[in-house]
Design a protein around this ligand. Structure first.
Ligand code: C5P
Length: 242
């Protein structure tokens, strides 16, 4: 765990379709209190300027475009992300060893490179869907296999659900980063998330970064929602260390 009460463990998902709604949220957030994630919807609707704008406002940006293509194309996309100045970028581990190694080698040319993390098996895939894709593994075995492959390829970590963190850290390394969505503060709406953990539970399981979207972005007071989550983390941590 990087720092269990560091507010920067929280990455706020900027899941919006317009620059304006995204900027309304950015203006309410303090870059010393969180990082931000820009995914496919916002990037495709608005383009790379929103990334530049968030960075210019002082935020570390996780560019969540989950690259998956031939090695040359993914390496070039990672270079473009690094040129934008993002803090973290991701690829699909199922793109394979050569693809992940090409991405890692391309980013190694940057003096201050983005962290590179891999998506193992999408949490939306259950055992049946994974079998239908032709894999003999069940979801857990596939996640473990792809996490180990990512680790062997020199990737910095994986995006995983809170309940996969222990298995991944045990089979790879405690230092292998775990970036965890599916996090819901106590008493908050689950939305469409199912296998959720509270922020404190996710950190206790070894998460390095917590991706949290709607509990912050859809709150009436986004800054207050972020502060409440951070305060919950600090309280859980001090209870645990007593
Ligand atoms: O609003 P909520 O907190 O559910 O947002 C979670 C964010 O993490 C969304 O941007 C979603 O796309 C992303 N994510 C996820 N589950 C994964 C991978 C990414 O929820 N397995």
């Amino acid at each position: 765990m990087i720092a269990d009460t560091d507010p920067n463990v929280i990455i706020v998902a900027l899941d919006f379709s317009t620059e304006q709604s995204c900027c309304v949220l950015l203006e309410q957030l303090d870059p010393s209190r969180c990082r931000v994630k820009i995914g496919k919807e916002l990037f495709t609707s608005v383009g790379p300027n929103i990334v530049r704008r968030a960075i210019y406002s002082g935020f570390d940006v996780f560019l969540d475009l989950k690259f998956h293509d031939i090695p040359n194309t993914v390496a070039a996309a990672c270079r473009a992300a690094a040129d934008l100045g993002v803090w973290m970028v991701n690829v699909h581990a199922s793109g394979g060893r050569q693809m992940m190694e090409a991405a890692r080698e391309e980013l190694a040319h940057f003096s201050s490179r983005p962290l590179l993390v891999a998506v193992t098996a999408l949490t939306s895939l259950d055992d049946n869907a994974i079998r239908e894709l032709g894999f003999a593994d069940d979801a857990n075995a596939l996640v473990k296999r792809l996490a180990k492959l990512s680790y062997d390829c020199g990737v910095d970590g994986v995006v995983c659900s809170p309940n996969e963190i222990r298995m991944i850290k045990d089979s790879c390394s405690a230092q292998f980063l775990a970036v965890t969505p599916g996090v819901r503060p106590k008493g908050s709406d689950l939305d469409d998330q199912r296998r959720v953990a509270t922020p404190g539970e996710a950190l206790a399981a070894g998460a390095d970064f917590l991706v949290i979207g709607r509990p912050i972005s859809r709150a009436a007071d986004c800054a207050a929602a972020l502060s409440a989550i951070y305060n919950e983390l600090v309280a859980d941590h001090s209870r645990e260390s007593r």
